[in-house]
Design a protein. Structure first.
Length: 635
């Protein structure tokens, strides 16, 4: 089987037993890898109403046939589980080097269940596997833990995917990190790993995949290098990385500020990518075989307000938004300090910024007192108090133990006035992209199977140009739309782009390299899949892959008790306008437009327009007739 190893490793931590599965080529072609394959394993192995932090939950690490192909963008891996943050099925992707190394070590995925009797880590090397004791590093931060593991196995080049104390303490938004700076950040994957007493999954291998047409792969790699060298946009992206989003979002009033009460930050000029590159960056970091080099590596020697260890990398845009402007902070060094804290304890910096912003608004408006917040006085712009509270969160100390449950649960604990200030969907904090100025994004935050996610859909500006870009015309979008509008066309954008973004996650590639707006489009991605696998793969198969994933997740969530009532934005987005003087001042999401668009979205997906339940016809069309029982049992 070209591109794949043909093997999935299964591990029952309770029994400490391994098994190797060899799926059929038909299974690989239907579910491919990445998110779609991970969702299949979680759906078929997790019993109904399972506690996400219980031993019966499944944690699936998956890659795809093109993972590790020496072309920019093919370094990602996916982790899938029932989320302790949302209660839904969820997946989270990460770049780096771990995914390709798993393939080189002999496997296309790892499916883990049970709970170890003691802290352990999994060591996989050239087709062999074993559990090793991790008691000495339980409670240690990620950097110290990675150092210990590499010393323990006597291999400094082993790729280490691990949790920090955040996952051990089962913080609802704990993540998993590899190489200390590449994160499966969202949806609480680290909490599930911690609940299983699993500290790390470590991989090392020397096997090289067999490819159908190496020349196509080589030519594409060369073209990527040429584009990065000659194209001004990609040169700039290499220099500034995702922090360019500050430049792109500010003209429209799209920078989340002071817990989503504003869209314009008075210090936003200080947060732009060029400023970061000049003041903070040592060199651009990268992932396996990628010439884009969009990761942020910080300089050594930064000692104030805290000492920064360059090993943990620097803040990406999401952290700049959620731990910067969202907290009223305009100093990159302060943002880098919070980013490093999140990396050391392995928690999601998006949700960390969300809970801190929520606490600051509650304190400033008299909803919470200093006594309730452990003696801190977290005000927007007050780094010292915000950082002290952040330390309490990642350590689950005092009020940090409440905030570690996430904004929604903390607000429920503190009462009705706190609930009014909580910004979340399905108990998950928003990423740093404002739904007030992007209609389709607002809809997607509500209907996405695992809550708000900024890479689950195409963003509205993609169809704002005149004419609409050629790649998007090829996907069925011809007429320009105002980014703010929320109508039938935006419902279609949400539904259609969930398919292609879901497919991107299922082939485990990077949307910065392959997408409607990226270096390569989907035609090139299909060519790469053909070159790797030898399959006569088509664009139709690619889109069906994403649609299959979406419908499996919808069926799982219905079984778990989720309904259309959970596909809803917070009331404050409908009722309370942004209170600044910027371009988005006064902006709200129109609730009537939202509800009508949601109805159209359900219908376009082939679901009941009112309940959002997938039809039997849609599941049969996608080869998911086996998933009907999830819906029938729920009803």
């Amino acid at each position: 089987m070209k591109g794949n190893t043909g093997k999935i490793l299964h591990l029952d931590l309770t029994e400490e037993k391994f098994a190797v599965e060899k799926p059929t080529e038909y299974f690989y072609r239907k579910y491919f890898g990445g998110a779609c394959m991970g969702v299949w394993y979680v759906m078929n192995q997790v019993p109904a109403k399972t506690d996400p932090l219980g031993p019966e939950n499944v944690l699936a690490f998956t890659i795809s046939p093109i993972t590790g192909a020496p072309v920019s963008g093919n370094a990602r891996h996916c982790v899938t589980t029932k989320s302790p943050q949302t209660g839904t099925i969820a997946h989270s992707e990460a770049g780096g080097f771990w995914g390709p190394e798993l393939k080189f070590a002999g496997f296309d995925g790892i499916v883990i269940t049970g709970k170890a009797s003691r802290p352990v880590y999994l060591w996989i090397h050239d087709g062999e596997y074993e559990l090793r004791d991790a008691s000495a590093i339980w409670g240690k931060t990620t950097g110290d833990s990675q150092d210990f593991i590499r010393e323990d196995i006597q291999d400094n080049k082993a790729r280490v995917c691990l949790i920090g104390p955040g996952g051990e303490k089962q913080i609802r938004f704990a993540g998993i990190v590899n190489e200390l700076k590449h994160f499966n950040g969202r949806n609480g994957m680290g909490a599930v790993m911690g609940s299983k007493n699993l500290k790390a999954v470590v991989v090392r291998g020397s096997a090289k995949p067999d490819y159908h047409d190496r020349q196509v792969i080589k030519d594409m790699a060369g073209e990527a290098a040429r584009i990065v060298k000659e194209d001004e946009f990609y040169n700039n992206f290499r220099r500034c990385g995702t922090t360019l989003n500050v430049e792109w979002g500010t003209p429209a009033g799209g920078l989340p500020t002071r817990n989503w009460t504003q869209g314009t930050f008075e210090e936003q000029e200080a947060l732009k990518g060029e400023r970061y590159a000049d003041e903070m960056m040592d060199s651009p970091g990268t992932c396996f075989a990628c010439v884009q080099n969009c990761k942020r590596d910080v300089k050594g020697g930064i000692t104030s307000p805290v000492a920064i260890d360059p090993r943990f990398g620097g803040p990406e845009y999401e952290t700049v938004g959620m731990c910067g402007s969202n907290l009223g902070l305009g100093d990159f060094k302060e943002i880098a300090a919070i980013n490093q804290l999140a990396s050391m304890y392995a928690v999601d910096s998006i949700s960390l910024g969300g809970v801190l912003g929520f606490a600051a608004q509650c304190f400033e408006e008299g909803v919470l007192t200093s006594d309730q917040l452990g003696g801190t006085e977290p005000r927007f712009g007050d780094f010292d108090n915000l950082y002290r509270l952040a330390e309490m969160v990642v350590k689950r100390e005092g009020p940090g133990d409440i905030l570690a449950e996430g904004t929604a649960r903390a607000a429920e604990h503190w009462g009705p006035e706190a609930l009014k200030r909580a910004v979340h969907v399905k108990n998950k904090e928003f990423p740093a992209h404002m739904p007030h100025i992007k209609g389709s994004l607002a809809l997607s935050y509500a209907v996405n199977p695992f809550g708000p996610d900024h890479v689950a859909v195409e963003h509205d500006p993609a169809i704002a140009s005149t004419p609409v870009g050629e790649r998007l015309q090829g996907l069925g979008f011809y007429d320009s739309e105002d980014p703010v509008s929320l109508n039938q066309e935006k419902a279609k954008l949400t539904a259609y782009s969930q398919r292609w973004c879901g497919a991107i996650d299922s082939v485990s590639t990077c949307s910065f390299i392959f997408n409607t707006w990226s270096m390569f489009g989907f035609e090139e991605l299909i060519s790469l899949i053909k070159a790797v696998t030898g399959w006569n793969y088509s664009m139709n198969e690619f889109l069906l892959l994403g649609e299959r994933k979406l419908n499996m997740m919808r069926a799982f969530n219905i079984r778990e008790g989720f309904t259309e009532k959970d596909d809803m934005l917070p009331d404050r987005l409908f009722e309370t306008g942004l209170n600044d003087n910027g371009p988005s001042a006064g902006r709200v999401v129109n609730k009537e437009d939202f509800l009508k668009a949601r109805e159209y979205y359900y219908g376009i997906c082939g679901w009941d327009p009112l309940s959002g339940v997938p039809s039997e016809y849609k599941l049969v069309e996608l080869g998911l007739d086996w998933a009907l029982k999830y819906i029938l049992n729920a009803s």
